[in-house]
Design a binder for this molecule. Sequence first.
Ligand code: AMP
Length: 224
Amino acid sequence: MQKDSVNIILLGAPGSGKGTQGQYLQDTLKIPRISTGDLLREEVKKGSEIGRKVSETLGSGKFVSDDIIISLLRETLQGSEFNKGFILDGFPRNLAQATLLDELLLKINHKMDLVLELQVSEEGLEKRISHRYFCTKCGYSYNSLTNKPKVEGVCDICGNTSFKIRDDDKIEVLRHRLEEYAKQTLPLVQYYTEKGILHNVNCDRDIKEISSDIDLIIKKVLTC
Ligand code: AMP
C-alpha cells in the first residue's frame, strides 16, 4: 500500500547536512521543512520578544529552552500545509523534546514515520562547517569545498548575491555544539531505534550519493 503522507525527522550533528538534505526532500516530496534553528533566527531578525530572549543563546551554541521551542513548533504545525507531511530539521534535540513531540502529534492526529540519522565523522563535520556559508535572504546553505552555487556568487534558490557565515559556526562554538549533540541529542538514536523508525545514512560521501540513499529509504517507508 502507498502512504499519502510522510513525517520525517532529520537527526544529525551540526554540519551533517540536515539543511541540504532537508531542502532536497522538501523539493522532491513537496512537503514543508521546519527548521527550529531557522524559526529562531527569524524571531531574532524580527526583533520579537522570543528573538530578544534567544539571541545570545543562539550565538553561543547552547540549546534554547524546551518551552520556547515547543511553543514555536506548536504554532507552526497548526497550518494545513502540513497535512501531507513535514520534515523536522533540528528538532527534537533531547529526550524531553521527543516526548513533547509525541504528545503534540497525538493531539493533531499525526505520527512520526521515519527518522533519518545523518552520520558524519568528526573530522568531516569540522571540514564542512569551516567552509559553510549561507544566503542572507533565504538562508540556503552552501559549502566552498563541496556545494557551491551553480553560478558563482548567486544563490540557486532565490537569486540573492550576498552571503554570510554563521556566528555559531566558529570553531570554538562548534566544539561546544558537538559536545551538546553527543550529550543531549544522541540518546534519541536509541529512542527512535526502539520505535523501529530509525534509519542510518552514511554522510561521509558526495551529496548526490547521500540523496539517492535517502530516496531508497523513503521509497521503502512509503510503500510499506
Ligand atoms: P541549527 O540551525 O539547527 O543548528 O540551530 C541553531 C541554534 O538554534 C542551536 O545551536 C540552538 O541554540 C538553537 N536550537 C535550534 N533548534 C533547537 C532545539 N530543538 N532545541 C534547543 N535549541 C535549538
